[in-house]
Design a protein around this ligand. Structure first.
Ligand SMILES: Cc1cc2nc3c(=O)[nH]c(=O)nc-3n(C[C@H](O)[C@H](O)[C@H](O)COP(=O)(O)OP(=O)(O)OC[C@H]3O[C@@H](n4cnc5c(N)ncnc54)[C@H](O)[C@@H]3O)c2cc1C
Length: 809
């Protein structure tokens, strides 16, 4: 080991950097250098309140938090430094019926991966935490394995563990430059010492992560916010072993202090971004902001009304410290577009709870090239280029912070920073009274209010699922099944891969065979080395050396990054994102041919234009690629005109469909249509943790050829898969599962719903879930929807148009 070289340099000696160093050394990578511009823990870590709550918005993140607890339990013994882990449990109070429903939903979800979360009565909660006023409290969720600790000691324990594994630590070592050569990181430069060559650099610089990222040309859209809590002198009745407690309706949280006082903090409705445009000042080390009592006032009121003893308690001090938040409230992790340059930042006031899991995930990612868990929701690649706008990142982050404790209903839409990206037809869609949703910055019609039909009101799902719903959804569904639907899908991610080696390259990264005649469309997945599904898309061969890849709106940046990462240095391949250059209209339904044929001289008959083929056509004077594919299970085409033609083609299609019952239709109808056809959705039904064999996608895999992930699939094929993605039909067609509900077989939890919804043609409530392969056919299945068990049966054989006749004729 020399001072001018390290295998990995970690920038930032807060809890995240320390944990990454710890986990790398545990995995046998001792040549690690952890650097901080000041002392260890001089960023957000030293002023953290130290609460460790495990329940979070996604399965992966919750599993990461659960791992953290396991780690914090054993660190004192392992390293000799005690992080003062207090496993006191946590209470989350409910002051309304909706909040209890939310907790029930979370408790059901928690069961699916062994989180011991349970709903307790107000009395039981009060026994555990006698200082709160039980008036108006409807119950609580209790998680006995949550707790709190000392963040500085936690960091020091992790650093000690890392040092024992060979890591070096430099303090007062400010990073001022990151060298990048041919898209790959090569070295780190310092203010006061010589450069250090490194093949991997991790930006764990907390609220300074955007500044450190910019040294490598990487945008990290963290936004610092001032976050406050106060500490009181001892209050009678407070014990150090009392659970931590949150009352989301009053926006506050508490934890006991070792000396008998309370820590009380929360999330204000009027958040205070700080240094958001330019980043924190260079000399802001080990510092706090001035207490902002006015801003704390609403939290104080909430705290006093819940815990009356607080009112007379003496405040020792108010801590006002900045912390990095993100535009969607999720962490920012992973390898950036610059190879070898990783980011681990933006912990949204959960960095202490998250540190264990973050360290493990990032270390695995560095050592194995991919993370083992599905971390897409936290992946830095989820942000499109529009997040380079600090103003946009700010607007989105403010909304997230201000609504942190709100109940977030499924299918709820956010409003900050909209509209941003719009399809060429946007004004036309507005005139049709589109109810827009937003994905990856795009405005997309969820449904059209002009299609609403009161006669379909009886189909409204019960409970929460009926909140963001409209009768237009089943109306558009029916129109597509019976006549024709026209969908503006211009936001679909469109990637072109071209060059002499394009075909061979795609063969190597796609599980299906790509080398097919020009005009053929191939449905395929791209897999990681474990056989997990990284991308799910169609590939259309446009020329010998040119292919167009289509995937979901939200996955473009991810898929592009994945594809580019697989590209060898000497491969003659160019990869372009053409999303914005092309519109896309999905025209589907039994009447699709009759709508389109009069607009074109191309023969659209099944013989001349078969399923899974594409042709350049002229439709209503508009040149476009017509691709005969479907995600809704009906005959039809996706039409890709370049944007300047989009409006006239849209108008012509609407006009041509006028007498044929064509309806403009939105994404919520697509979701119902695809579900009853059994089509999978990436990110929920299929993820990097699931293989095509488990997901029932073996028809899209060609094991005869070589491709990334093939060896893992071959092993799986020989040994057999342990679980299968299965479609369940619920006995109650208005009980709609929204995803993550537990699935029971004979009263034991065996799985969780990956996605669910109502198939309006089948007249059934459907849910996809991975069921264990050995499950007996006679097992009594049920799905817990909002605390209520609903019987279910396997419905794979009863899905819509099993033979595929409707899409192939
Ligand atoms: C008031 C408050 C209460 C909180 N309460 C909780 C809680 O109860 N539970 C919880 O889980 N989380 C809580 N948090 C959040 C938690 O403290 C943070 O998420 C966590 O500490 C972030 O750790 P980090 O390592 O990412 O960043 P930091 O601790 O900020 O570390 C980043 C480090 O990078 C260094 N650095 C920056 N630029 C450079 C450079 N150019 N060269 C070298 N080094 C550099 C800095 O000096 C700094 O030490 C709270 C935060 C605040 C503000």
């Amino acid at each position: 080991m020399t001072d001018d070289r390290a295998r990995v340099v970690i920038v930032g000696g807060g809890v995240a950097g320390a944990s990454i160093a710890y986990h790398l050394t545990k995995m046998g990578w001792g040549d690690v250098l952890l650097v901080d511009r000041s002392d260890l823990t001089s960023g957000s870590t030293f002023h953290s309140a130290g609460l460790v709550g495990q329940l979070r918005s996604s399965v992966t993140l919750t599993r990461m938090m659960m791992y953290g607890v396991e780690l914090y339990r054993r660190l004192a013994e392992e390293t000799g430094i005690d992080p003062s882990w207090h496993e006191v449990g946590s209470l989350r109070l409910a002051s309304s019926k909706e909040r209890i429903e939310e907790l029930q939903r979370l408790a059901g979800w928690g069961q699916t991966f062994g989180l011991p979360l349970r709903i307790v009565s107000t009395d039981d909660a009060h026994d555990l935490w006698p200082l709160f006023d039980p008036a108006g409290i409807e119950g609580a969720a209790y998680l006995p394995t949550d707790g709190y600790l000392d963040p500085t000691n936690l960091t020091m324990a992790l650093v000690e563990g890392a040092k024992r594994g060979g890591a070096r630590v430099w303090t007062s070592a400010r990073v001022t430059g990151v060298d990048v050569e041919r898209g790959r990181v090569t070295a780190v430069r310092f203010a006061d010492r010589g450069p250090v060559q490194a093949e991997t650099v991790v930006n764990a610089a907390g609220m300074y992560a955007n500044q450190v990222g910019s040294l490598a040309g990487v945008e990290v859209p963290v936004v610092p916010f001032a976050h406050q809590y106060l500490l009181t002198k001892p209050i009678a009745g407070v014990r150090a072993d009392m659970p931590t407690i949150r009352d989301p309706d009053r926006l506050v949280y508490f934890r006991p202090e070792a000396g008998g006082g309370l820590v009380a903090g929360g999330y204000e409705r009027e958040p205070a971004p700080w240094s958001w445009r330019e980043g924190p000042p260079a000399d802001f080390n080990h510092e706090l902001l001035e207490p902002d009592w006015d801003r704390f006032e609403p939290l104080g009121e909430g705290a006093f009304s819940l815990v009356p003893a607080m009112e007379s308690a003496e405040v020792v001090r108010m801590i006002n410290g900045p912390e990095a938040f993100t535009p969607d409230g999720e962490f920012i992790l992973g390898e950036s577009d610059i190879r070898g340059f990783f980011v681990a930042a933006g912990f949204c006031a959960h960095g202490i709870a998250g540190a264990g899991g973050v360290g493990k995930v990032i270390a695995e990612w560095i050592v194995h090239g991919e993370p083992e868990l599905d971390v897409w929701k936290m992946d830095i690649r989820r942000f499109g280029t529009h997040y380079r706008s600090r103003r946009y990142a700010l607007a989105r982050s403010v909304e997230i912070y201000a609504t942190y404790y709100d109940i977030h209903y499924p299918n709820e839409e956010r409003s900050a920073g909209r509209p941003l990206k719009t399809a060429p037809t946007y004004e036309r869609l507005r005139r049709l009274e589109a109810e827009f949703g937003e994905k990856a910055g795009w405005e997309r019609p969820n449904w059209f209010r002009t299609n609403e039909d009161d006669r379909l009101e009886h189909l409204r799902p019960r409970g929460w699922a009926g909140a963001h719903w409209s009768t237009a959804i089943p109306a558009e569904h029916q129109a597509t099944r019976e006549r024709a639907g026209l969908f503006d899908e211009s936001s679909f991610a469109k990637i072109e891969v071209e060059g002499d080696d394009a075909c061979a390259f795609l063969e190597r990264i796609c599980a299906n065979r790509i080398d097919r005649p020009i005009g053929r469309i191939v449905y395929t997945q791209m897999l990681n080395r474990r056989g997990g599904i990284e991308c799910d898309l169609t590939v259309t061969r446009l020329a010998d050396d040119r292919f167009r890849l289509i995937s979901g709106t939200a996955f473009g940046t991810h898929d592009l990054a994945w594809i580019r990462k697989q590209l060898g240095e000497h491969e003659a391949v160019r990869v372009h994102d053409v999303t914005g250059a092309l519109a896309c209209f999905g025209l589907w339904g039994p009447g699709a041919r009759e709508v389109l044929q009069p607009l074109t001289t191309t023969d659209l008959s099944n013989e001349a234009f078969p399923y899974m083929s594409a042709q350049d056509i002229l439709a209503a004077d508009t040149p476009c690629l017509a691709a005969r594919v479907t995600y809704v299970g009906e005959l039809g085409w996706e039409l890709y005109p370049s944007v300047e033609f989009a409006r006239s083609l849209w108008d012509a299609l609407i006009e041509a469909g006028r007498d044929r019952g064509l309806a403009p239709a939105g994404y919520r109808a697509i979701d119902s249509l695809r579900l009853e056809k059994g089509y999978r959705a990436w990110g929920s039904d299929i993820t990097p943790e699931d293989t095509p064999l488990e997901a029932g996608l073996e028809f899209a895999v060609d094991l005869e050829k070589d491709f990334i992930g093939r060896d893992a699939l071959e092993v799986q094929r020989q040994t057999g898969v342990a679980r299968h993605l299965t479609c369940l039909a619920l006995a109650d067609e208005r009980a709609m599962s929204l995803g993550n509900e537990p699935v029971f077989a004979n009263d034991a939890v065996v799985s969780r719903v990956t996605s669910g919804g109502i198939g309006y043609t089948l007249g059934r409530s459907l849910a996809l879930a991975y069921l264990p392969s050995g499950l007996g056919r006679d097992s009594a299945l049920s799905v817990e929807v909002f605390g209520e068990r609903v019987d279910a049966v396997v419905a794979d054989d009863d899905l819509y148009d099993r033979s595929g006749k409707r899409i192939r004729t």
